[in-house]
Design a protein around this ligand. Structure first.
Ligand code: GRG
Length: 297
């Protein structure tokens, strides 16, 4: 099987795990379940749970304790997309090739669906305690998930991003790196670090894993900037030109597309070099990181 075929197969496996943790649509509050399902089943690359699982396997992790965390991180990622698309933020009508959640369910239900997925992520991750009651790594994994999604992680990055809109003169490379590391990098760091933690990797291996993820996260966001200019709505499942519409400073607007491409390649190769320093190997994970350099969606 070549890498592309393996990616399709593994993504389908990851997706099945994520979807298995969605709540049933029932009860007087059934609209919220329907909106959560609408957003989560819309597709997407499932990159974060895939990175989590591959890192878990890299460090010899076996068993199902990772699965609730895989679903949890995809729920948190999906909530961030729902809220990011709201009129008060980017005000986007399409995501993952479908109308955005608030366009289908209304703004109030869009807000609640995001809130619900964030909360349900932690309810879901708590299933790990039942799967492996004596595993002391689960508490640490919880702490990482909460912190990387929060004010010192993704939300913190989003705050600075929102405040920076239309303020081109106030954004330099240092501030942009801060936004990218938190807004995008933190959740990718959570994914890979939780994989390492639950596989019982050493402290040093966890730290190297976090550094790899940080480089992957930055490269991933710069590529997102490039695709916002060079992609198509068909490929991305959302309109292009969103950064320009929202007058956002991006790596591309600061440095140009060519420099951005070079940086994506450099960061991805540095991530792979660090991966190769580890005593264990996962060739699929290496290919996955390198594939992100040329991703078109
Ligand atoms: C609203 C609290 C809050 C946070 C929003 C993550 C984020 C912060 C906003 C989403 C928009 C955006 C451009 C985020 C940067 C990370 C990113 C590139 C998200 C898109 O991730 P993909 O490409 O999406 O993995 P799919 O649909 O494939 O899952």
């Amino acid at each position: 099987m070549n890498f592309e075929e393996e990616l399709v197969e593994k993504t389908a496996e990851v997706e099945a795990i994520v979807l298995s943790y969605l709540p049933k649509t029932e009860g007087f509050q059934n609209t919220i379940f329907s909106a959560m399902e609408y957003a989560v089943t819309a597709g997407g690359k499932r990159l974060r749970p895939l990175l989590m699982l591959e890192t878990y396997e890299l460090f010899g992790g076996e068993g199902r304790v990772i699965e609730p965390f895989m679903a949890a991180i995809e729920f948190i990622h999906t909530y961030s997309l729902i809220h990011d698309d709201l009129p008060a933020m980017d005000d986007d009508d399409y995501r993952r090739g479908r109308l955005t959640t608030h366009k289908v369910y209304g703004e109030a239900m869009g807000i609640l669906a995001g809130d619900a997925l964030l909360n349900y992520a932690f309810e879901t991750a708590a299933n790990a305690f039942a799967i492996s009651p004596v595993d002391t790594n689960i508490g640490r994994a919880f702490q990482i998930l909460a912190a990387k999604a929060g004010v010192y992680g993704m939300i913190g990055g989003q705050v600075v991003d929102v405040e920076s809109e239309k303020k081109h003169s106030e954004i330099n490379q240092e501030k942009l790196d801060f936004i990218y590391d938190l807004k995008t990098g933190a959740l990718i760091e959570a994914a890979m670090k939780i994989g390492a933690i639950l596989a019982n990797a050493s402290e040093e291996e966890q730290n190297i894993t976090e550094k790899i993820a940080s480089k992957v996260g930055r490269a991933f966001q710069i590529q997102d900037d490039i695709l916002d200019i060079t992609g198509t709505q068909d490929e991305l499942g959302k309109p292009i030109g969103s950064d320009e519409k929202n007058e956002k400073v991006t790596y591309v607007s600061l440095n140009g597309v060519e420099e951005a491409r070079k940086q994506v390649e450099l960061l991805s190769k540095e991530a792979v070099e660090l991966l190769e320093e580890l005593p264990r190997t996962n060739s699929f994970l290496k290919e996955l990181i390198l594939s992100l350099i040329y991703r078109r969606k």
